[in-house]
Design a protein around this ligand. Structure first.
Ligand code: UT7
Length: 338
């Protein structure tokens, strides 16, 4: 007899609720002028960022993720007890272990969920969506809570002017379920290249270079990035992934109602726009207010787009991301939420 576990037919998967949370504390470019040798004008011209949010001492990746999760669950009309699986995409977990998803579970009372973290840097939400899709489409679980959350300020070298101006803290969450009448995810193109790992990384604190007096003295517990190289790869990789996803489902940019690009740099978004085409109004931007929030970037933007009335049932949404690894990708879904 065939194993019943493998007899499920695949179900369409969709986002039934979104939520986001950013800390109250705003750090402007003018504030940064007082910390490092930079100017508001330089940051604005080179990145498009005006300000970012910085978590308080008692705000962690899990507490921000939990608040975003509560908002997403309320939006979906789902109780915490109905959640089967919590995935937290992050590069700034509360601790190396236990996983941050377990802290979120405890905070929101999702007593029936199993929980794990997923590390795919700034592409964490798209990678997480792919994982969630497999769980839900197969019928293995009904409800996934997917969170992208970061306290990037905790791994930021506040004396490195090329890095500290770029990032911010925040969290976003999505409830992923199946709906009979949903079209769901139309295409996804996820890629990685471990050969380029050294261009963007946090060298110390893991098993390769455990914490020591030397690693702390050398500031190896902070992010390191070759900005120019990352910039070039980000543009090429995100453009290629988006084109691949479009061709997979036979769509053109004309068919896309909204593009949610990773919010790293306005010049990157413009360069992708030049290569992909499509009306500039279609490219959602909130990096001026938040900077790069890594794994939270795409889902915070998606939530803001949904809440501001930019998304309607039937709209095709193209999400694109790129991050350290390198890991990148593009996902196209049909929005089904009214
Ligand atoms: O999530 C994915 C990861 N991250 C990214 O996608 C970021 C990708 N990279 C970038 O966004 C850009 O490369 C940066 C915004 C980081 C830098 O912009 P850039 O146009 O590539 O500048 P650059 O690194 O080529 O630096 C140009 C100059 C340098 O001075 P010199 O060598 O020409 O004298 C830098 O030292 O600008 C200087 N500089 C600054 N000046 C004022 C670097 N940072 C600053 C600063 N303020 N904050």
């Amino acid at each position: 007899m065939k194993n019943p576990r493998y007899q499920q037919t695949l179900r369409p998967v969709c986002i039934t609720g979104t939520g986001s949370f950013v800390p109250d504390r705003i750090m402007t470019n003018q504030d940064l002028e007082k910390i490092v040798d930079t100017t508001d004008q330089w940051i604005l011209d080179r990145t498009g960022i005006r300000e970012r949010r910085i978590a308080g001492e008692q705000e962690f990746t899990s507490t921000m993720g939990a608040e975003a999760a509560r908002r997403a669950l309320a939006d979906a009309g789902v109780s915490p007890e109905e959640v089967d699986l919590i995935i937290v995409a992050t590069i700034t977990p509360d601790m190396v272990f236990p996983n941050t998803a377990c802290y979120v579970q405890e905070a929101i009372g999702a007593t029936h969920a199993f929980c794990f973290d997923l590390e795919a840097a700034c592409s964490g939400f798209l990678y997480g969506l792919e994982v969630a899709e497999q769980f839900v489409s197969s019928g293995r679980v009904d409800t996934v809570l997917l969170i992208g959350a970061e306290k990037i300020s905790s791994i930021t070298d506040w004396s490195d002017r090329s890095l500290c101006i770029l990032f911010g803290d925040g969290a976003g969450a999505a409830v992923i379920q199946s709906r009979e009448d949903a079209t769901g995810i139309l295409a996804s193109s996820l890629k990685s290249d471990g050969g380029l790992a050294s261009l963007l990384q946090l060298p110390a604190g893991g098993s390769r270079l455990p914490a020591s007096m030397e690693t702390v003295a050398q500031k190896l517990h902070y992010m390191k990035m070759d900005g120019r190289e990352v910039f070039k790869h980000a543009v090429t990789c995100m453009t290629t992934a988006a084109k691949d996803a479009l061709s997979q489902c036979g769509l053109t940019m004309e068919d896309i109602a909204l593009v949610i690009p990773h919010q790293a740099n306005m010049r990157i978004i413009k360069a992708i726009g030049d290569r992909l085409g499509g009306d500039r109004e279609k490219y959602f931007v909130n990096l001026d207010r938040y900077g790069n929030t890594s794994a939270a970037s795409v889902i915070v933007a998606l939530d803001e787009a949904a809440r501001s009335g930019r998304l309607h049932p039937g709209d095709k949404v193209l999400m694109i991301a790129f991050g350290g690894g390198f890991v990148w990708g593009a996902t196209i879904l049909e929005w089904s939420k009214a």
